[in-house]
Design a protein around this ligand. Structure first.
Ligand code: ZN
Length: 409
């Protein structure tokens, strides 16, 4: 088993949690001093695991363990965090990858391993996700160089200050030739594994998502003088809509739908609401199902508005298509779990991960690790050393299986 390696991973996650921009709590946005410090520390661990290291154009830290042959398997995750973050989101994936390479020292694989430690996944500073992996995967959009942080510093300037090269970011990716795939270990950020009493699970895909802004318009009026009959109450229409969203998502397997924001106008306790706006976040592993549900909710919004003599609007703000994981690589993860005697649990990922960007470049796979109460993006984020040992075990075996696949006996 991997008890010693898991202990090291836990100690390293703990140590990195002390390197932060904030005095209280963990906060490591892209390009900051603590990010630089973390890169230095992690680079040292990569060297002691037998890797060479380099930084790419945006400052992703890349460790490479040379094997025989031209092919490369990529492992990794991200080292940046949200504000007041936990110790494991992203960091765990990089630490497990280094631990697995560390165990190979002296052994020669029929391929090389790159451990990618991405410099920005959370998008805390520039409000856009996957900056690091988009450069590494060769899909960076240079329009993003104009993005500015809260202090008016452009991404181009931040990259330069961090020691990177903004002009090399569009073509700064790894070559797609000879890649065997990308495998990421990540905390689940949900309660499924804990509820099933399982240490790890294999991800089937990253869910598709629609973000909609809807509004209902009625007629504002005096709460005391306008009779109930004939009112055009925008907030009541919105309330009906919100419950319809919940009902629909509960009736559709694997769907999740959330109204997380609501604003009533004019917003006074003695005034009938003349307008109300709501957000909708709708996710499903299947694009077609999500589109059907989205259209259904749009039609229901129209019905609800019509029944109350209200107007309504519907604006789709953002849609992300589903990213299925690669069947062959995922099959190897399943085999690795089975050979360790683990029950196999397949779950869709509700959150996005670097694997979503890496899927453009190569075959993706993700292994989830159970986290306590499904809590993440929170200092209470917690994983156990025992579960980390299981994850290391599965990835060790996964690497062996990739090698067997390359060298069929
Ligand atoms: Zn993450």
């Amino acid at each position: 088993m991997n008890d010693a390696a898991a202990k090291t991973v836990m100690e390293r996650c703990e140590f990195l949690s002390s390197i932060s921009e904030d005095e209280e709590g963990i906060c490591r946005p892209y390009g900051c001093e603590s990010m630089r410090e973390v890169n230095g520390v992690v680079s040292g661990w990569m060297h002691s695991a037998g890797m060479t290291t380099k930084y790419d154009a945006i400052g992703n830290l890349i460790g490479r363990y040379e094997g025989e042959g031209e092919e490369t398997l990529i492992l990794g995750s991200h080292l940046d965090t949200v504000r007041d973050a936990g110790k494991y989101d992203g960091i765990l994936g990089v630490m497990v990858a280094i631990a697995c390479v560390e165990k190979l020292v002296g052994g020669r694989l029929p391929f090389s391993i790159e451990v990618a430690a991405f410099a920005d996944e959370e998008g805390l500073r520039f409000g856009t996700t996957y900056l690091g992996s988009s450069v590494y995967a060769g899909v960076f959009d240079d329009e993003r160089l104009k993005l500015e942080d809260r202090d008016g510093v452009s991404l181009a300037r931040a990259v330069r200050d961090f020691g990177g090269n903004p002009d090399a970011m569009v073509d700064g990716g790894i070559k797609a030739d000879g890649l065997l795939g990308y495998c990421e270990v990540h905390i689940e950020q949900g309660p499924v594994l804990e509820n099933r009493d399982l240490p790890v699970g294999v991800v089937t895909g990253i869910q598709s998502q629609s973000r909609v802004q809807a509004s209902f318009t009625g007629v504002a009026g005096h709460a005391g003088t306008v009779p109930m009959e004939g009112r055009k109450d925008a907030l009541c229409a919105t309330a009906e809509f919100i419950l319809e969203v919940e009902r629909m998502a509960k009736d559709e397997p694997d769907a999740v739908a959330t109204v997380g924001e609501m604003k009533a106008l004019p917003g006074a306790s003695n005034v009938i609401s003349g307008e109300a706006r709501v957000s909708l976040d709708l996710r499903h592993p299947d694009d077609e199902v999500r589109e059907r549900l989205r259209d259904h909710l749009e039609a229901r919004a129209a019905d609800i508005a019509a029944a109350r003599n209200c107007g309504h609007s519907w604006e789709v703000r953002q849609e992300n298509i589903a990213v299925p994981m690669d069947e062959r690589l995922t099959g190897l993860l399943v085999k690795a779990m089975e050979s360790s005697g683990l029950p196999v649990c397949r779950i869709p990922s509700g959150a996005g991960h670097d694997a979503a960007q890496m899927a453009v470049l190569t075959a993706p796979a993700v292994l989830f690790v159970r986290c306590e109460d499904g809590i993440s993006h929170n200092p209470a984020e917690s994983v156990t050393e025992g579960d980390v040992a299981v994850a290391i075990d599965v990835i060790d075996r996964f690497i062996e299986l990739v090698a067997e696949m390359r060298n069929p006996t």
